[in-house]
Design a protein around this ligand. Structure first.
Ligand code: GLU
Length: 301
């Protein structure tokens, strides 16, 4: 099987230690398998995009010695592909228009939600739009079933989407294409076979699997890398200023990333050149060392 992996940063700020760890893991999985590695800039969520940060991320990846195949794909150029996938899902009845606003849905929730947890969609527009004159979102219709997959790091995962959020948005009411839909269309069009990304996206994978099935695409293989957290158990990217990379000493940060990824890089390689360290890392890459690990605090290793 041809291995094609990818790294898909959102340009919402500079590359930090947490995203470096994900990039390193996905790169090493691809390189150790003799495969290709692509880069895609996920610049769809325009309100969150920080101007200049896509170029900054790409130049940081270059400084770290990453080599990617082909041109970088920008999601902002891909609207026609997303719209044609949505049109197919609408015409097959696997997606439907929905007029419900987020605040209406949230107000109808009886239980207290955890931070970051989406409100459960009560299915109000499933059998016909309630308020056709309003701006409409498009939702994907989920079936009552356990969506299962074997994650190469996290092991067996099983999620029933009807109890985990319900029918999910693929195009928002303001017209923005949702992450789930864009990723599935892009991964397919770019011929991606393996996805290696942060474990914070583990719950997105069942949504992407059902979308792949509905669109007649091949299923991909997944590996979700543990999150780097700080001493307060916060995801690194969320804690202000944390995880900044030292671009003067990329070998040092790459060595730290390898150590975080449980690869036991020899101490002396900390002072070696970048290419020597990459060579060692590709030859010695063991994804199994991460088995079952969800998160870890880098400073405490
Ligand atoms: N753009 C997402 C992020 O930066 C990653 C999406 C993915 O790898 O599927 O967190």
């Amino acid at each position: 099987m041809i291995y094609r992996g990818r790294f898909a940063p959102s340009p919402t700020g500079p590359l930090h230690f947490g995203s470096l760890v994900t990039a390193v893991a996905s790169y090493l999985e691809a390189r150790a398998a003799g495969g290709q590695w692509l880069v895609r800039v996920e610049d769809l969520d325009t309100p969150r995009v920080v101007p200049g940060s896509a170029d900054q991320i790409l130049s940081t990846l270059e400084d770290f010695g990453f080599e990617w195949a082909g041109p970088v794909l920008y999601q902002s150029t891909r609207n026609a592909a997303y719209e044609s996938a949505i049109a197919r899902l609408l015409s097959s009845g696997q997606a439907f228009p929905c007029s419900c606003s987020r605040s209406e849905i949230e107000a109808a929730q009886s239980h207290v939600r955890l931070p970051g947890e989406d409100a459960h969609y009560p299915g109000w527009c499933r059998n016909g739009v309630r308020e056709p004159n309003r701006a409409l979102a498009i939702r994907f219709r989920v079936e009552e079933e356990a969506v299962e997959f074997e994650d190469r790091i996290q092991g067996q995962v099983s999620i029933d989407l009807t109890t985990e959020g319900g029918d999910f948005v693929i195009r928002r009411r303001d017209g923005l294409i949702a992450y789930q839909l864009a990723v599935v269309v892009d991964d397919h069009d770019q011929g991606i076979s393996h996805v290696v990304r942060g474990v914070d996206l583990l719950n997105s994978t069942p949504r992407q699997l059902v979308l792949q099935r509905a669109l007649g695409f091949e299923h991909l293989e997944y590996a979700h890398v543990p999150l780097v957290i700080d001493r307060n158990k916060m995801k690194l990217s969320k804690s202000a200023g944390a995880g900044a990379l030292d671009l003067q000493r990329p070998t040092h940060d790459l060595w730290r990333a390898l150590r975080f990824l449980r690869q036991s890089p020899p101490l002396e390689l900390r002072l070696s050149g970048l290419s020597t360290l990459w060579e060692w890392a590709i030859q010695n890459w063991q994804v199994h060392s991460l088995r079952g690990l969800r998160e870890a605090c880098e400073e405490m290793l």
